[in-house]
Design a protein around this ligand. Structure first.
Ligand SMILES: [Zn+2]
Length: 92
């Protein structure tokens, strides 16, 4: 598998994802522009977000929030949600 130039700042060329992580334009963009290592980092961050904000990924608003955070964290488009451990389980 050839390396891609991951679009994240400071990222080195790294293996791409074998396929888009989910359907739709954002999933395809991640497949094109984000390496497997950065996606793994995101998945670990996503677990923190789900636990911290008490998200149910089956619900549309939770998915919209997470897609927004993918854009913010991986593409630097939008505001990254702070995980404040003193506010555990609440959505701001
Ligand atoms: Zn990367």
């Amino acid at each position: 598998m050839s390396a891609i130039r991951c679009c994240r700042p400071s990222a080195k060329p790294a293996p791409p994802l074998p396929r888009p992580p989910f359907r739709g334009p954002l999933g395809e963009r991640i497949h094109r522009e984000i390496c497997a290592r950065c996606w793994d980092e995101w998945l670990r961050h996503q677990i923190l977000l789900i636990n911290h904000f008490g998200l149910d990924p089956r619900k549309r608003e939770a998915r919209d929030f997470l897609y927004g955070q993918i854009r913010a964290v991986l593409f630097d488009e939008g505001e990254v949600a702070e995980i404040d451990t003193s506010l555990k389980g609440t959505i701001r």
